[in-house]
Design a protein around this ligand. Structure first.
Ligand SMILES: [Zn+2]
Length: 284
């Protein structure tokens, strides 16, 4: 575990400059630094079927693809649970490399993907079919498979805007779980706290936009890895906007649709984690 003050100070010191994302490009803009170099996975990692601590260095099997179409005839038997697990392992492998390169202890987090109708208790409350959350007290990502389907189908929407012209899809779900994973990293760094009684270091909307930006950092890595499909980035952008809202007085305000989109695209366009510091340090 990294000392909280040191970690936050490190983020401040890494603060750099980045161009505002002016357009949604399907290739990242201005990538000058490669992060998350792939490495050989640890031999024989053990993973529990449904929940478990992510093994260090675990990566998805060769041939598995983020764009796997659940409805496709060649992916019979490939479930939403499989997709969520594939995604979280890919996200974990990427950030593990980034953390290692930065000299940090590799991140660890547990995950659980409840089946439709299943209720699981966490220290942050019971799950339901709408749950997509990270619970710091349990160091646990809980992502309901029913919610994943809803996001995949573009049916998860928290604003009253007209429907997006972009489709939702598999990468909508991948973005959402990358966002939750980013919260676990924030917890490791002391950006968010496990104890609810503590004073927040940052207002919620800042840590939410920062998590969107770090989801974009991971998305950038999938471009370089070659697992990104045409339309994937638009799918993620659609979802960032669908899950924005306008009531900044709400305790759970996560950012406006445009703010969430821009945060994701800042990560996508730069691929450099420190480019997301602005979302913690600057008022929006
Ligand atoms: Zn969040």
């Amino acid at each position: 575990m990294i000392a909280t003050e040191t970690a936050v100070m490190a983020i401040v010191l890494l603060l750099g400059t980045a161009a505002e994302p002016a357009t949604i490009s399907t290739t990242p803009l201005g990538v000058t630094q490669s992060v998350g170099q792939q490495k050989d996975p640890s031999p024989d990692p053990e993973v529990e079927e449904s929940t478990g601590r992510l093994p260090k260095g675990e990566e998805a099997s060769p041939g598995e693809h983020l764009g796997a179409n659940l409805a496709g005839s060649d992916t019979a038997g490939y479930t939403m649970h499989d997709f969520l697990e594939y995604s979280v392992k890919d996200i974990d492998a990427f950030w593990s490399n980034v953390w290692e390169a930065a000299g940090y202890t590799q991140p660890e987090v547990e995950y659980y993907f409840p089946t439709p109708g299943e209720v699981t208790d966490t220290s942050c409350g019971p799950s339901d079919d709408e749950t997509a959350a990270y619970c710091p007290a349990d160091d646990l990502i809980t992502f309901s498979q029913a919610m994943a389907v809803k996001i995949w189908e573009g049916a998860a929407k928290t604003n009253t805007d007209a429907n997006s012209t972009y489709p939702a899809g598999d990468f909508s779900v991948a973005y959402a779980i990358a966002h939750e994973y980013a919260h676990s990293l924030q917890d490791d760094l002391g950006i968010i706290q496990a104890t609810s009684g503590q004073t927040r270091r940052f207002p919620i909307y800042k840590t939410e936009l920062h998590a969107d930006c770090w989801a974009g950092i991971w998305a950038n890595s999938t471009f370089h890895k070659g697992t990104l499909e045409p339309g994937d980035i638009e799918e993620a952008v659609r979802t960032t906007m669908d899950l924005g809202s306008y009531d900044s007085s709400d305790d759970q305000f996560h950012g406006t649709p445009a703010q969430r989109r821009d945060a994701f695209l800042t990560g996508w366009n730069s691929g450099v984690a420190s480019q997301c510091d602005r979302y913690l340090l600057v008022d929006h």
